[in-house]
Design a binder for this molecule. Structure first.
Ligand code: PEP
Length: 251
């Protein structure tokens, strides 16, 4: 059966000491019977040190927040999947709406990033999400279907098993406005349906689908209670160890 996952997207926050302290605090506060997969996504520059701490203590995995779509070579300032994997990092977050929006990453670019990540043995946390306009125009289901099918549905069944989906409506990210549990569940159910159509019931039932967008310790219980919500990708609330831990404990 699919895993429950809570991942903290630290974005472009925290100096190295703050990042290590946050990781250490969360790890120390984890309940001894925790069975939720916990993931930290620090900036590239802190990934190695945070990951070393996580590997040593063995309780948390890490993710990069991005990956270069090119395999290697003259791409100044970029970081390759091969480099990330060489640190024993488990996941790459791909397609976050901030990358799509501020850095013009298209579905086609993201398809390449997915491919190069899987080729280099990184699992993928693939983000999708609609704008408020799309939702108001009732275009949100088509939009999500397009994002997922354009970037993921070329994958073989075996490769698709290495993908976690994060549904993150853009209007909910960093805004304090959360999708209601029913709105989120409706979309998660839809996503699982389209996975089922492409890869069959067993794969669909085993794919973790996370919710992201102003998820906090105040709303996580109601969200995670829903059948098709298997955890969260958490931005702001992942920067505070107590808040992040109470989100993890919401299951
Ligand atoms: C995110 O950036 O993935 C996110 C969900 O942010 P926040 O929780 O701050 O809305």
């Amino acid at each position: 059966m699919r895993k429950n996952i809570v991942a903290g997207n630290w974005k472009m926050n925290l100096k190295i000491d703050d990042a290590l302290n946050l990781a250490n605090d969360v790890i120390n506060l984890l309940p001894s019977d925790n069975d939720v997969e916990v993931v930290f996504a620090p900036s590239f520059i802190h990934l190695e040190k945070v990951n070393k701490m996580c590997l040593k203590l063995g309780l948390v995995n890490t993710a990069s927040q991005n990956v270069c779509q090119q395999e290697r070579g003259a791409f100044t300032g970029e970081v390759s999947a091969e480099m990330i994997h060489s640190l024993n990092v488990k996941y790459a977050i791909i397609g976050h709406s901030e990358r799509r929006g501020y850095f013009n990453e298209t579905n086609e670019d993201l398809k390449l990033k997915v491919d190069v990540s899987l080729k280099n043995n990184l699992k993928v946390i693939f983000c999708c999400g609609e704008s408020l306009n799309h939702r108001e125009e009732r275009f949100h289901f088509d939009w999500i279907k397009r994002q997922i099918s354009d970037s993921l549905f070329h994958l073989s069944l075996d490769d698709f098993r290495k993908v976690v989906i994060a549904y993150e409506p853009i209007w909910a990210i960093g805004t304090g406005v959360t999708a209601t549990p029913n709105q989120a569940e409706e979309m998660h159910k839809f996503i699982r349906e389209i996975i089922k159509k492409n890869y069959g019931e067993e794969v669909a039932n085993n794919t973790s689908i996370l919710y992201g967008g102003s998820c906090t310790s105040k709303n996580s219980k109601d969200l995670f209670y829903k059948d098709n919500i298997d955890g969260g990708l958490i931005g702001g609330a992942s920067l505070d160890p107590e808040s992040f831990i109470s989100i993890i404990k919401s299951f």
